[in-house]
Design a binder for this molecule. Sequence first.
Ligand code: 6CS
Ligand code: FE
Length: 314
Amino acid sequence: MLADPYPTRLNEYRAPLPRREPVVHARNQRRWEGPLDEVALSRYERDGFLWFDGFFSRDRIEPFFEELKEMAKDDALMRSEQVIQDPNNGAIRSVFGMHRFSEHFDRMTRDPRILGMVRQLLGSEVYIHQSRINDKYGFQGSGFDWHSDFETWHAEDGMPRMRAVSASLMLTDNNEFNGPLMLIPGSHRHFVPCMGETPEANWQESLKAQEIGVPDQQALAQLAEHGGIQAPKGPAGSLLLFECNTLHASNENMSPWPRSNLFFVYNSVDNTLDEPYAAPSRRPEFLATREDIEPLTMHDDFPELSGQGVEPLR
Ligand code: 6CS
Ligand code: FE
């Protein structure tokens, strides 16, 4: 295997290094034109994320809750390893592989308004690397420590390069009190090697509380000094697109209001997984897709909306 372009999970400190891939992968190539204009593309390149307030209407989001209530009655699913409990109170923290067992969720990953933007950003056909729902119940939802998703996907899933983007759809209002996602604008342009070897089956702990793969505080402070911290807020139906290497975290939910978000991770079909770069063994298929990597086809649940442009928040 060629030298690892993004060494991490090390025994001695290594300074952050510049990312090696473009942020927008196919600028000005007609084949990958899409709905994002130059302002949006430049903003994504600069910040590493785009926020679309009220992207979908509430009634588009409502049916997801019905489906989630049905899922919660499925004892076999609730006992499966795809469901991660909150380390502090046992409530559901995450459910992985949503698009695999829900036609409704699967269709959302193929919505033309999202898929058009993602193909434009990645400059290729795409497939779903991972999907999940993250729940933070009122008064008890635990937080997520600072991390780059790419650092984990590279080390533990063998994702070669930074050519993936996460779409996060807010199923509930995200306000300043219920633990919204916080991002460090510009952090996607630096790879922060993390200390500490990856234990066997690390995911069984890391998805509850991440210990390994958390950047050092000096690097976090420098990047936050330079780019600040932003926590986009908005109504259920809002959409966040964030680059796979943008540092993010979220606080625990101290409010009475739940915070529930869907995440779909789109990976370029030209960036399929190798063996893990810094872990003793592969992670399960529901965390890291290796089998079903057919390019996604569009499916429009709401063709009447297809004329709508996508206007990220200015
Ligand atoms: O290990 C993972 O794939 C998951 N961990 C976090 C904290 N974010 C990305 C992903 O869902
Ligand atoms: Fe994450």
